[in-house]
Design a binder for this molecule. Structure first.
Ligand SMILES: [Zn+2]
Ligand SMILES: [Zn+2]
Length: 497
C-alpha cells in the first residue's frame, strides 16, 4: 500500500482537520511537542520505518478494532448466551485503555430475540448508539420486517448503515438508507470502512426485497475497488471491508482492502488470505466478538495488522454488568413487557422439527377455518425456519420463548399450486426441508395427485414468495399474525401439556 505524494498531501489536510492534543496546532503553528516542525508539507515515510524521513517524528497510530456480527437481538442473558451487559463493560474498558478503539458491526443485529424484535431493532440500535459504533453493515435479517424498519432504525442511529451493493431496481441506484462507506479519524490516521451485504439475497423472504437487488461477484468487487481508490484518494490510510456474507476476493486484498470483518455463517475464525490480509468472524448470538489491532502509517508507509483474535464470551462475560440493558428495558418497557407473559406449560422437551411440524398443522387448521368452506385445502406447511435455541424445554412457556424460536414476520397465505409442483415440492418425502400437515381431504388424495389439476395449500410468505415453488397467493390472513402467534394461541388453549 505505497502511497503517492497526493495521499501524503491529503494526509496533511487530515492533520489540519482532526488535531489531537499532541499535534501542533495548525492555526497558530505552535508546536506542543519538543520536535521541531517538519520541513516537508507533511510527514513522508518512504521506507516504512514508522518515522518521518525528514523530521523523524513518529508517523503511526495504533488502532484497536472491535467487530460484532450476528448478535441477533440478544441483549438479555438467556440459557445459552450472556447478554450484552458484560460486553458493554468490556468494550468501554477497551476504549478507556486504548489510544483509539473503533467499534463496528457486520450485520444481523436486530432480529432474533424478543427484546429486540418487539421494538423492531430500536433497542439494539440504541445500545449501539450508547457505545458509539462507527458503522453497521446491513445483513439479510435486517430485511426481515421490511425496509420501513431499516428506515426507522436509521432515524435513531448515530452511525451509518453500510452496504455498497444494495440497489433499487427501478432507478438502478444505491438505496437511500445505505451508505457505501464511512471514514473515521483516529489521531492523524484516517480509516475507511466499506460495507457490503454480500451474496445473501436468497436468504431473505422474497416479498421483503422485491424492489431491490444485490450486486455480487465481479460487479461487487469493482464497486469495492472503486470505493477504496476514492477513499485512498481522499486520504484514507487504512481500508476495512465489513461484509456480511462471503469474504473479500483475493484480488481486493492485493491493494484495496487491508482488513476484513465478515459475518452470516456464525462461525468464528481468524485467517489470512493469499495476500496475508486478515479475515475475522466472531460466531453468532454473542458467542464472541473479534478484535484486530492495526499500526496505521499516515505518512505513506506500510500499515500492519499487529494482532487479530477471536474473543469468545468466556473472556468478557465475567466483566462487571453495565446498567445499559436495564436502562433500555425501562425505556422500551411498553413494547417489551409482552415478552414476559407466561402463556402456558410445556410437558416435555420438544425439538425443532417437532415444533416445525406443529406449526405446519396450525397453518393448516387456521387456513381451513378461514377458507375451508370455499376451498378444499390439501395441506399446511412450508420451510418454517426455527431459530436458536432450536427447541422448547419443559416447563413454563413465555411469549419470548416463541419469539426466539419463530422470530420471522411471515404472513400466512392461501395459495394455488399445480399438481405436479405440489408433488415435487411438498408431498414427495425426498424434500425433507419442508414440513407439511395434510387434513382429511389431503390424506384422501395425496397419493393420487393429478399433475395438471390446481390445488390449494396454506403456507407462509417465506415459502409462497420463493419463486421456484410456483405458488400463487389468492388470499392472506391478518398481516400481523405469524407462526409464533398461532403457537401462542395453541398453548393458551391448553396445547403442549
Ligand atoms: Zn446471522
Ligand atoms: Zn446473515
Amino acid at each position: 500500500m505505497k502511497k503517492t505524494i497526493f495521499a501524503a498531501l491529503a494526509a496533511f489536510l487530515i492533520i489540519l482537520s482532526s488535531c489531537t492534543e499532541t499535534v501542533p496546532d495548525p492555526v497558530t503553528s505552535t508546536p506542543v511537542e519538543s520536535t521541531a516542525p517538519c520541513p516537508l508539507p507533511s510527514h513522508v515515510d518512504s521506507d516504512s520505518s514508522g518515522f518521518c524521513d525528514s523530521c523523524e517524528a513518529s508517523v503511526t497510530v495504533t488502532v484497536d478494532f472491535y467487530a460484532i456480527n450476528d448478535l441477533h437481538g440478544k441483549l438479555l442473558d438467556n440459557e445459552s448466551q450472556p447478554g450484552v451487559d458484560e460486553l458493554t463493560s468490556y468494550l468501554k474498558s477497551a476504549r478507556a485503555s486504548d489510544d483509539h478503539a473503533v467499534f463496528l458491526s457486520t450485520g444481523d443485529m436486530w432480529q432474533g430475540a424478543s427484546e429486540s424484535n418487539l421494538t423492531h431493532g430500536l433497542m439494539m440500535t440504541d445500545w449501539m448508539n450508547s457505545l458509539g459504533f462507527a458503522s453497521m453493515t446491513l445483513g439479510n435479517h435486517e430485511f426481515d420486517w421490511g425496509e420501513e424498519f431499516i428506515e426507522s432504525n436509521l432515524a435513531l442511529a448515530d452511525f451509518p448503515f453500510l452496504a455498497i451493493n444494495i440497489y433499487e431496481r427501478s432507478t438502478n441506484t444505491l438505496v437511500d438508507y445505505c451508505t457505501p462507506s464511512v471514514t473515521v479519524s483516529c489521531g492523524e490516521a484516517t480509516i475507511g470502512i466499506i460495507g457490503a451485504i454480500g451474496d445473501c439475497y436468497s436468504s431473505i423472504s422474497g416479498d421483503k426485497v422485491s424492489d431491490i437487488y444485490f450486486k455480487t461477484g465481479e460487479a461487487l468487487n469493482s464497486l469495492i475497488k472503486e470505493e477504496s481508490e476514492r477513499l485512498r484518494g481522499e486520504g484514507a490510510d487504512f481500508i476495512i471491508l465489513s461484509i456480511h456474507d462471503g469474504s473479500a476476493d483475493a484480488s481486493l486484498s492485493m491493494e484495496h482492502v487491508d482488513l476484513v470483518f465478515e459475518g452470516h455463517t456464525h462461525k468464528n475464525y481468524v485467517k489470512t488470505d493469499s495476500n496475508g490480509v486478515y479475515h475475522l468472524q466472531g460466531g453468532g448470538d454473542n458467542d464472541g466478538i473479534t478484535h484486530a489491532e492495526a499500526v496505521i502509517n499516515f505518512a505513506g508507509g506500510e500499515s500492519t495488522v499487529s494482532a487479530a483474535e477471536y474473543v469468545p464470551n468466556i473472556i468478557y462475560k465475567s466483566s462487571p454488568s453495565d446498567t445499559i440493558v436495564s436502562e433500555l428495558m425501562k425505556k422500551y418497557e411498553s413494547e417489551v413487557s409482552k415478552a414476559d407473559e407466561v402463556i402456558g406449560k410445556n410437558e416435555v422437551f420438544r425439538n425443532g422439527d417437532w415444533l416445525r411440524a406443529l406449526v405446519a398443522r396450525l397453518y393448516y387448521e387456521r387456513g381451513a377455518a378461514e377458507w375451508g368452506k370455499e376451498h378444499d385445502i390439501v395441506l399446511g406447511g412450508g420451510f418454517i425456519s426455527v431459530r436458536a435455541p432450536y427447541n422448547l424445554s419443559s416447563g413454563e412457556v413465555k411469549y419470548s420463548d416463541l419469539q426466539s424460536l419463530f422470530p420471522f414476520d411471515n404472513r400466512i397465505d392461501l395459495c394455488t399450486i399445480k399438481g405436479s409442483d405440489l408433488k415435487r415440492k411438498f408431498l414427495e418425502t425426498s424434500n425433507s426441508n419442508y414440513f407439511i400437515f395434510c387434513g382429511e381431504y389431503g390424506n384422501s388424495i395425496r397419493y393420487n395427485i393429478d399433475p395438471n389439476a390446481t390445488y390449494y395449500v396454506v403456507v407462509d410468505s417465506y415459502t409462497s414468495s420463493y419463486a421456484p415453488n410456483n405458488l400463487t397467493v389468492v388470499a392472506s390472513l391478518d398481516d400481523n399474525l405469524f407462526a409464533r402467534d398461532l403457537l401462542a394461541d395453541y398453548i393458551k388453549n391448553g396445547g403442549l401439556e
